[in-house]
Design a binder for this molecule. Structure first.
Ligand code: A2P
Length: 284
């Protein structure tokens, strides 16, 4: 089992809080800023967004509203698949920075890999996107770079041309879709894995296994789920609009799931939340 820590160090020495606040679908301008400020008030110091979420300016506004210093908050954004390749990745980055109006980002990710289903030259496209990411990193305007939804067979070809190995890979990971092998492969290559939609959009919390473990440990099903993600060595990015649940989702550092209980969750059948395997996406 991976040792669970409240902060994790990326391979370039940058520290990242282990639990991030996910902001997908938090996109109504006014409420998004208020929700992000509320999350920071609840204790989050790591906010995850993306150009695709359409809320970068609101996330920035929420950070300002919170009164917590910018440098005390770890902010991630991502380049969307419409902006792959060297030039377009730079364009997307400049647009993101304009939205944020901060002088730097903590982490910038490639949101989805180009895949063979859609592109004969997918390796070249990913390599060119990554070349821009490396330059962006060297410019000093981002503290770390990485990818999202890349599986080992997308990363291996990238390694052939990359000067800098991605520091993070954000993947779908939840009960019912536990990509344990991919997460382990990333950790073995010094890439910190993060988990998007770790609660299965709430659906993963309804099953009998999670609810009975919640009773056993005196925790909520969401806390069991988040702890399970952490014990697998991934950084969970749960989302909640409710201040009490925001706080609850951070209180997971005072207990430990046994190996046997971890396995009970590992082997759960898929739930109702649809998995999004990167190689099968129609549009990507
Ligand atoms: P709510 O915003 O009402 O709290 P994910 O992070 O996997 O995308 O899941 C987000 C969903 O899970 C939201 O619908 C959110 O609802 C719900 N959720 C988040 N935290 C909790 C919690 N502690 N208990 C129950 N549901 C939760």
């Amino acid at each position: 089992m991976t040792e669970v820590k409240e902060r994790v160090t990326l391979k370039n020495g940058v520290e990242i809080p282990a639990i991030g606040y996910g902001t997908w679908l938090v996109n109504d301008a006014e409420s998004a800023a208020a929700t992000v400020a509320e999350a920071i008030k609840a204790g989050y110091r790591h906010i995850d967004t993306a150009a695709y979420y359409g809320n970068e300016a609101s996330v920035a506004e929420g950070i300002r509203k919170s009164g917590v210093k910018r440098e005390d908050i770890f902010v991630t954004s991502k380049v969307w698949y419409t902006h792959r390749g060297y030039e377009k990745t730079w364009e997307a980055f400049e647009a993101t920075m304009k939205e944020f109006s901060f002088s730097y980002l903590d982490l910038y990710l490639v949101h989805w890999p180009a895949v063979p289903k859609n592109y004969d030259n997918w390796k070249e496209i990913n390599a060119e996107t990554w070349r821009a990411m490396e330059e962006i990193y060297r410019s000093g305007r981002v503290r770390a770079i990485g990818v999202s939804n890349f599986l080992p067979h997308h990363l291996e070809p990238l390694f052939e041309t990359a000067d800098i190995i991605p520091m993070v890979n954000q993947i779908e990971f939840r009960p019912g879709y536990a990509q344990i092998d991919c997460a382990k492969w990333c950790a073995d290559h010094d890439i910190v894995p993060e988990a998007w939609r770790p609660l299965g959009a709430g659906e993963a919390l309804k099953g009998e296994v999670l609810t009975s473990l919640a009773k056993k440990y005196g925790k909520s099903a969401a806390q069991i789920c988040i702890r399970w993600v952490l014990q697998h060595g991934l950084l969970p990015l749960p989302k909640s609009a409710n201040p009490e649940r925001m706080r609850e989702n951070l209180r997971v550092f005072d207990f430990e799931l046994s190996a046997e209980d971890m396995q009970k969750i590992d082997t759960l059948p898929p739930d109702d939340t649809t998995a999004i395997p990167p190689d099968q996406l129609v549009e990507n």
